[in-house]
Design a binder for this molecule. Structure first.
Ligand code: IVH
Length: 671
C-alpha cells in the first residue's frame, strides 16, 4: 500500500514539475489552470495524509511558513564579480582590443551578447540535483542566504530536470542569474499597494530587491518574481563554451533568456547593442544594457579578472534617461580620504522613478570642461543605480552675471589648507583630523560590508564626532567606558546604547580581511583586502612586506601596493592599529601561516610554462604562502623554469638558486 502511495505521490510531483516548467519557464502551458489546480490539490491531500513522504523539493513546499529572523551570511565559493561598464561604440571596440591583446592575435575570439536584465543577482547551489542554497551577491565575496524566499519563485527549479547531459555530470552545480519582475505584474503590484496606502516601489528592480529580503516567504510567494539565469559552474562537468552552458542550463530546467546571440566579432556585438537599444521598450521586462562575454571558457580563464570584474566580459549600458533642471548651488563635499568633491544642489526634479535633488560634478576638470556654474539650467541623467550627473549646460538660459567655479582655497569643513597631488585632479584637505574625513572613515569602518556595527550609522557618528567621543575609529572600542555619557546623548536611551555596545563587541569577531578593508586604506576594496589577508596571513608580515611583494599577489596592482605601504608608514595609523589589536580585533587569518608549506618562500617564473598558465602557477604558489616576484636576486628561493627560459635562468644559475622544472614544482606543491 505505502509503496503505491509513494509512487503516486512521485508521479504527481513529476507531472506538476513538468507543467510548472511549461508554464513558468517556457510560457507555454499545456493544460488549463483548473486542471493544474486539481493536480496540486490531489498532491496536497496525499501529502497531508502521508506526511512521512513530504520532501523539500515537492511542488507543495515552495512556500514555507517560518519567518526568517535574520539572513545568514554565506561566503560565495568563488566571488560574484560585477562588470565594468562601457557607454559607447569606441569603448566596446577598446574592450575587444584588450581582449585580443590578452589572447594573442592569431586566435579566433567569439563573443556572446546577452540582454542585461535590470534586476538583482542571485547564486543558486544544487547538490545531487536539489536546490540547497540561494544567496544574494552581497559584497561579491559574501552574500545573504535567501533560500526560503527563492524557493517561492516558480521558474526556479527545486530539482533539476536531469543531471546527466552529454554524459556530463551536473549533480553539483552553482548557477547564477538575475531575479526580476516583469513590468506589467509590477505595475499591478504597485496599484494594489497604492490602494492599500502602502508605499509604492520606484521601479521593478527596487521592488525585486525589497521583496527578496522580506522575512515572510508567504508574502514573497505572492509577489511576481521571476528569474533568468546566465552562468553555470560545475566541478564535475567539463565546460568549454558559454553558449553551450546556456544550452545546458535550459536542459537542466532553468529559464534562460532566448535573445542572446553568438557573435563572430565585435561588429556583430555592436549591431546587437544598437538593435536592443532601439527595441528595449518592446520587452515585457526592463533591461539596462547588453552584457558581452568571451565565449570560450579557456580564453576567459586566460584573461582572468581585475579586482572586482572580469577582463573577459563587459556591460554595454544604454543611454540614460534625462531631465532638465536648475542648479541652485554648488557645494564641496569632503570624503573619507579628504578628497573634495563638487556636488550640485538641484531644483528637485522627477526622473526615472525618483526625485533628484543633487548631482555629482566629479572634479574641477569636469566642471571646467562642461563650464558648469551656479544658477545654470542643466540637463541631468541617471543611468541604472549610479548617482545622477550633469550632462550639459543649456547655455541659452545662462544668466549674465554667472561666475566661473573655482576650487575653494580652504577645506569647507575645517578651514585647513588644501593640497593637490601631481598625479590627480582632486584636491585634498590636509588635516587628517578634519571632522568630515573622520566621519567618513568611521562610517566606512562601521558599515555593513566592513565591521558591520549595527546601529552605528551616519547620524550617530556625526553626533559622536561633534561631541568629541570619537576621534578615530579605534575610539569605537572605548565607547563602553563612557556608557553613562552615551545614555545622556539626545534620543539615545539605555537600551539602544547597550544594543550598540553589544554590536561593537560582536564586531570584534570579524575576520582579518574585513578589518583590513574597514581600515579604509585607499584603493583597498573588499576583494583586494581578502586577497592581501589570504596571502600575508597576519598584519606583521603585511607591514614588513615590500611594495613588490604586495604587488606580486594575483590581481593586486601598483596603486594598491603603494597605498598599502604609504598607509603603514604613517605613525598615526600604526598607533590606531595597536589600539585595535589591544581591543581584540583579528589581525591574523584563520589559516595559520605555519600550516602553509611555502610560507615566506620567494619564487620567480621564467620561460613559457606548458603544464599550467602563469596565473595558475602564481595562484598555486600564493595559496601555499609563497611569494612570486618578477626578478631574480639573492633573496629568491626558487626559480621555476619553463621552455626557452630567458636571462633570469642564467642569473639563477650564477647565484646558485634552486631551479625547478614544472614537474618538480608540482611535486613540491603535492609533497
Ligand atoms: S554576467 C562576471 N549576464 O549585471 C559576470 N550579468 O553589472 C557577471 N546582469 O551583477 C554577471 N543581466 O546582476 C551577467 N546577462 C547577464 C546579466 C547580468 C544582468 C547583472 C548582474 C551583474 C550585473 C553587472
Amino acid at each position: 500500500m505505502s509503496d503505491e502511495v509513494k509512487s503516486k505521490i512521485e508521479s504527481l510531483r513529476t507531472t506538476i514539475r513538468e507543467h510548472d516548467y511549461n508554464y513558468y519557464v517556457l510560457a507555454q502551458p499545456k493544460i488549463a489552470d483548473y486542471q493544474y489546480d486539481q493536480l496540486l490539490k490531489e498532491l496536497e491531500k496525499l501529502e497531508s495524509e502521508y506526511p512521512q513522504y513530504i520532501t523539500s523539493d515537492s511542488p507543495t513546499q515552495r512556500v514555507g511558513s517560518d519567518l526568517t529572523k535574520e539572513f545568514k551570511t554565506i561566503n560565495h565559493s568563488i566571488p560574484m564579480l560585477s562588470l565594468s561598464n562601457t557607454y559607447s561604440e569606441e569603448e566596446l571596440i577598446d574592450f575587444d582590443r584588450r581582449v585580443r591583446e590578452g589572447i594573442g592575435t592569431e586566435e579566433k575570439i567569439n563573443y556572446v551578447a546577452e540582454l542585461k536584465i535590470d534586476g538583482v543577482s542571485v547564486s543558486l547551489v544544487y547538490e545531487d540535483g536539489y536546490l540547497v542554497q540561494a544567496a544574494t551577491r552581497g559584497d561579491g565575496v559574501a552574500g545573504e542566504e535567501i533560500t526560503t524566499n527563492v524557493k517561492t519563485i516558480r521558474s526556479v527549479p527545486l530539482k533539476l530536470n536531469r543531471t546527466i547531459i552529454d554524459s556530463q555530470d551536473f549533480s553539483h552545480v552553482e548557477v547564477r542569474g538575475e531575479i526580476f519582475m516583469e513590468i506589467e505584474p509590477f505595475r499591478k503590484l504597485n496599484e494594489e499597494r497604492a490602494r492599500n496606502d502602502e508605499k509604492v516601489f520606484a521601479n521593478p528592480r527596487n521592488s525585486t530587491a525589497g521583496t527578496i529580503k522580506l522575512q515572510d516567504p508567504r508574502i514573497v510567494a505572492k509577489r511576481p518574481l521571476d528569474i533568468f539565469v546566465y552562468y553555470l559552474r560545475s566541478d564535475s562537468a567539463k565546460i568549454q563554451f558559454h553558449d553551450k552552458n546556456l544550452k545546458y542550463l535550459k536542459k537542466l530546467g532553468f529559464k534562460v533568456n532566448t535573445e542572446y546571440k553568438l557573435c563572430a566579432d565585435i561588429n556583430e556585438v555592436l549591431k546587437y547593442c544598437k538593435l536592443w537599444e532601439e527595441r528595449r521598450l518592446e520587452l515585457p521586462y526592463e533591461i539596462d544594457g547588453v552584457v558581452v562575454k568571451v565565449n570560450s571558457v579557456n580564453q576567459q580563464r586566460r584573461l582572468g579578472n581585475i579586482a572586482k570584474s572580469p577582463r573577459w566580459a563587459v556591460a554595454f549600458k544604454f543611454k540614460a534617461k534625462q531631465a532638465v533642471t536648475k542648479i541652485n548651488s554648488i557645494k564641496w563635499q569632503v570624503g573619507r580620504t579628504g578628497a573634495l568633491t563638487p556636488v550640485a544642489e538641484l531644483e528637485p526634479v522627477f526622473l526615472a522613478g525618483s526625485t533628484i535633488s543633487r548631482a555629482t560634478l566629479h572634479n574641477i576638470d569636469e566642471i571646467n570642461r562642461k563650464d558648469i556654474r551656479e544658477s545654470d539650467t542643466v540637463k541631468i541623467e541617471k543611468g541604472g543605480d549610479v548617482i545622477p550627473k550633469v550632462v550639459e549646460v543649456i547655455l541659452d538660459e545662462r544668466s549674465e552675471n554667472s561666475q566661473i567655479i573655482e576650487i575653494p582655497k580652504k577645506c569647507p569643513v575645517c578651514g585647513s589648507l588644501l593640497f593637490k597631488p601631481d598625479t590627480e585632479v582632486a584636491v585634498y584637505c590636509e588635516n587628517q583630523t578634519c571632522p568630515a574625513q573622520l566621519k567618513g572613515q568611521i562610517e566606512h569602518f562601521a558599515s555593513r560590508t566592513a565591521m558591520d556595527i549595527e546601529g552605528l550609522g551616519e547620524s550617530l557618528i556625526d553626533q559622536f564626532v561633534d561631541l568629541g567621543f570619537l576621534k578615530s575609529y579605534a575610539d569605537i572600542y572605548d565607547l563602553k567606558n563612557i556608557r553613562e555619557k552615551l545614555i545622556s546623548v539626545e534620543r539615545l536611551g539605555e537600551k539602544s546604547v547597550d544594543n550598540l555596545l553589544s554590536a561593537i563587541e560582536t564586531s570584534k569577531s570579524k575576520p582579518f580581511a574585513k578589518v583590513l578593508y574597514a581600515m579604509g586604506i585607499r584603493y583597498v576594496g573588499a576583494g583586494a583586502a581578502q586577497k592581501i589577508a589570504n596571502h600575508f596571513v597576519n598584519i606583521d608580515s603585511l607591514i614588513n612586506a615590500s611594495e613588490e611583494e604586495i604587488e606580486a599577489i594575483h590581481e593586486i596592482g601598483p596603486s594598491i601596493s603603494k597605498s598599502v605601504k604609504h598607509f603603514f608608514n604613517r605613525k598615526e595609523n600604526i598607533e590606531i592599529l595597536e589600539r585595535l589589536k589591544k581591543a581584540g580585533l583579528h589581525f591574523e587569518s584563520e589559516q595559520k601561516s605555519s600550516e602553509q608549506k611555502l610560507n615566506g618562500k620567494t619564487f620567480v617564473l621564467t620561460g613559457s610554462l606548458t603544464k599550467f598558465s602563469r596565473e595558475e602557477a602564481k595562484e598555486m604558489l600564493i595559496e601555499q604562502g609563497g611569494k612570486v616576484v618578477s626578478s631574480v636576486s639573492g633573496k629568491t628561493d626558487y626559480v621555476i623554469v619553463g621552455e626557452n627560459p630567458g636571462s633570469k635562468y642564467d642569473k639563477a644559475k650564477k647565484l646558485g638558486i634552486t631551479i625547478l622544472s614544472e614537474e618538480e614544482l608540482l611535486n613540491l606543491l603535492n609533497e
